[in-house]
Design a protein around this ligand. Structure first.
Ligand code: SF4
Length: 60
């Protein structure tokens, strides 16, 4: 996560580097709700049409 000096932090998602491991969702859910339930993560990684992965949602 980068802070570019503004009021908001941002997350850069690079689909070419994502293997769909889900660690980001586990980390997010653990931070936000105290349990590693990926369904409760603010960020969601899903399969893409080209058999890769894409960022479907991030509510930061
Ligand atoms: S699922 Fe999340 S943690 Fe895993 S490679 Fe993709 S972006 Fe990174």
């Amino acid at each position: 996560m980068a802070n570019f000096g503004g009021a908001y932090n941002t997350i850069a998602f690079d689909a070419a580097k994502c293997d769909g491991c889900g660690d980001c969702m586990t980390a997010c859910a653990t931070t936000k709700v105290g349990v590693g339930d990926t369904a409760r993560s603010r960020i969601q990684i899903v399969g893409s049409a080209d058999d890769g992965f894409e960022l479907a949602l991030c509510r930061q």
